[in-house]
Design a protein around this ligand. Structure first.
Ligand code: MSP
Length: 652
């Protein structure tokens, strides 16, 4: 720990399954963690922010097989490939300090040692696994845990499983875990505690199956070939192996373990608040100080998931609205501990109201007035007005502490609310003091200078407190305030800017968005891409068999073929139909074939259609083709027969 730091702080996100591209729901947790990490750095902590990917398990093995590549290639693609996990975190401005992949050699070797330690201490033993397995969740369930015979987490089908396996003595730790949950602040929000205790511990905590033999993509149990370590053991210990536990790659265990907080989504609270502490108890290791189970970002009331096809693409949103606006929206609109319904309307409205109207306007109006009335710098001759200024100054001075109290509780929404209350107050202060009136007379100038100074100082403090949420925007605000200080120590003091502060102008921080137009554009972008191949809809109307049989289909050979003058559509065919008399057919396929390509080919014609005149020429029948649309383009292929089929052969 450095001398000047307030202490070390270790915060983690769940490590993500690279089984499909990540969506805005995944970004939600990582943005929250990043905001917390930045907040702690701002406060002066020496922060370790860990994220990564959880790359083993049957789901990945299956998907790789489907794609015809190795599991390693499959995960590499999603983690390091274009628009993969690393790209997404870069886009979202995620300031992680360490990124772990569970396929990293040091982690794999460490997991083997950890497994062996628990085997040696008797907490892992060999038995026979009989139960139910949910493949998508990679979770084992007992009959009693199922809900209507389905997986209690995802509601999906479970399958019978019976095999030789290793077990972890989870039951042994039931009382200690229950005590931890009920009598400490280990798990938050507190509302999640009763769910864990009532649904999982009280019905009887059974030993946990911790090895598999039915697939190979996992950490091998090195003392029993054929077994791989259960993916959740492999995954949970990432929080410690990434610091150097049971490996030499890192040496940060002493400084950062136990973790200050694991941020996780609510569906994985069971793993983090029951299994994880029990395993740490087994190894006699310190427990993390806190597990925080946040809510889900819902779409139309349901969880986003790739399989439901209702995911929201963070790339599209970041490109259209900017990364800071997106980060802000995620934490401003929903209380972190509860579920929140995502919608484009809410996103646009939040940007327009909070960022364009309130924050953006305050900054641009204030800087524009400072420049218009005084040029580059404010004059030092300023006139305070105790009565008119007190409320704003009081609010700004107390803001940092109020904000800090909310942030310490992970109440991001409330932290932002207190800042935006002051921003609104400052906008009102402009109207109350009417700088444009003060500017009209020379005597008004000192008061005008003070009003603008108070506003700039308010912007400095608010901008400073927004740093964890919108790092780029805050940096831009600091620039416009002539490189203003935004360090933690300066944020609870009013009057840090020099009286003759120099301002810098710039374009609107958050241009107002036209809701209707934007919604239409987003809808267009989110429309499912047209299928590569489209076929004509099938006819509803039935044709009776006799009618069909009266159609006379014949093999015909192309003797000659030419373009029809003045028509860019028609080809004129001279055909041998086996009768000894040439048959002429006109066909609108000039766009698809050159006449010379078709001479000599054996085609299919329907021959008993009534004659039809086209461009003054008679057509006696029709050539059959297959038609479809490919990537929006019409395609046509004449039906061609084997040339061994003689002209006139009937098709039936
Ligand atoms: N690999 C495990 C975590 C292991 S941690 C030792 C996992 N991965 S995940 O990719 O499926 O999910 C990662 C995180 O994203 C989870 O915390 C999950 O709750 C979160 N979210 C996924 N979809 C989400 C929403 N729609 N909304 C909010 N969070 C969501 O679980």
């Amino acid at each position: 720990m450095c001398d000047k730091c307030r202490g070390n702080y270790y915060i983690t996100t769940p490590i993500y399954y690279p089984s499909a591209k990540l969506h805005i729901g995944h970004a939600y947790c990582t943005v929250a963690t990043d905001t917390m990490a930045r907040f702690k750095r701002l406060q002066g902590y020496n922060v370790m922010f860990l994220t990564g990917t959880d790359e083993h398990g049957q789901k990945i093995e299956d998907k790789a097989k489907e794609a015809g590549i190795t599991p390693q290639q499959f995960v590499d693609n999603i983690v390091t490939g274009e628009k993969g996990v690393l790209d997404l975190w870069k886009l979202m401005n995620i300031s992680y300090d360490r990124f772990i992949r569970t396929t990293d050699d040091y982690h794999v070797a460490a997991i083997q040692k950890i497994f062996k330690k628990m085997y040696d201490n008797g907490d892992i033993y060999k038995g026979t696994y009989k139960g139910k397995y949910c493949k998508p969740c990679e979770s084992f369930w007992t009959e009693s845990q199922l809900v209507d015979g389905k997986c209690p987490d995802c509601g999906g089908e479970v399958q019978d499983a019976e095999e030789e396996a290793y077990f972890f003595r989870l039951s042994k730790y039931a009382d200690r875990v229950q005590d931890l949950l009920e009598n400490t602040d280990f798990l938050e929000p507190r509302s999640r505690v009763s769910e864990m205790v009532n649904n999982f511990i009280k019905p009887g905590l059974e030993d946990l199956c911790v090895s598999r033999t039915s697939f190979t993509w996992g950490v091998p149990v090195d003392f029993d070939p054929g077994h791989v370590v259960y993916v959740w053991i492999d995954a949970l210990f990432n929080y410690m192996t990434a610091l150097g536990f049971e490996n030499d790659k890192y040496v940060d265990l002493e400084a950062f373990w136990p973790a200050d907080v694991h941020f996780i989504g609510k569906e994985i609270v069971r793993f983090h608040s029951i299994i994880w502490p029990a395993m740490l108890m087994s190894l006699d290791l310190p427990l993390p100080k806190k597990v925080y189970g946040h809510g889900w970002l819902l779409l139309d009331g349901g969880k986003m998931s790739k399989s439901k096809g209702n995911v929201v693409d963070p790339y599209i949103l970041a490109e259209r609205f900017g990364v800071d606006a997106l980060r802000f929206f995620l934490l401003r609109s929903f209380p972190f501990g509860s579920d929140g319904n995502f919608s484009n309307e809410l996103l646009i409205n939040t940007i327009n109201v909070d960022l364009a109207n309130d924050l953006g306007n305050l900054v641009s109006r204030t800087v524009a007035m400072a420049q218009k009335y005084f040029g580059e710098k404010l004059p030092t001759e300023q006139l305070a007005d105790e009565e008119k200024d007190a409320e704003l100054i009081d609010q700004v001075s107390g803001l940092r502490d109020q904000y800090e109290a909310e942030m310490e509780k992970f109440a991001f929404q409330n932290g932002l609310a207190v800042v935006f209350k002051v921003i609104s107050r400052a906008n009102k202060y402009i109207d109350e003091n009417a700088p444009w009136v003060l500017a009209k007379t020379e005597e008004g100038k000192p008061r005008l200078a003070r009003v603008l100074y108070n506003l700039l100082e308010t912007i400095r403090v608010c901008g400073g407190l927004l740093q964890p949420f919108m790092p780029d925007t805050s940096a831009e605000i600091a620039r416009r305030l002539g490189g203003a200080r935004m360090d933690w120590g300066s944020l609870n003091t009013f009057g840090v800017l020099p009286a003759d502060v120099a301002t810098v102008s710039g374009s609107a921080l958050f241009p107002r968005i036209d809701m209707e137009k934007e919604l239409a554009a987003l809808e267009e972008l989110n429309k499912p891409a047209k299928p590569a191949i489209e076929i004509e809809p099938y006819a509803e109307e039935k044709v009776d068999f006799d009618t069909f049989c009266r159609s006379d289909f014949r093999a015909v050979k192309v003797k000659a073929c030419q373009n029809v003058k003045k028509s860019d559509k028609l080809l004129q065919f001279t055909l041998d139909d086996g009768t000894g008399t040439d048959r002429q057919i006109l066909s609108g396929i000039a766009k698809f074939y050159k006449p010379e390509e078709l001479v000599g080919k054996t085609l299919v014609a329907i021959t008993n259609l009534p004659p039809r005149k086209m461009m003054g020429r008679e057509s006696n029948g029709m050539l059959l083709s297959a038609v479809h649309t490919e990537k929006g383009e019409e395609k046509l292929n004449l039906i061609m027969l084997d040339d061994a089929i003689p002209a006139g052969a009937k098709l039936c």
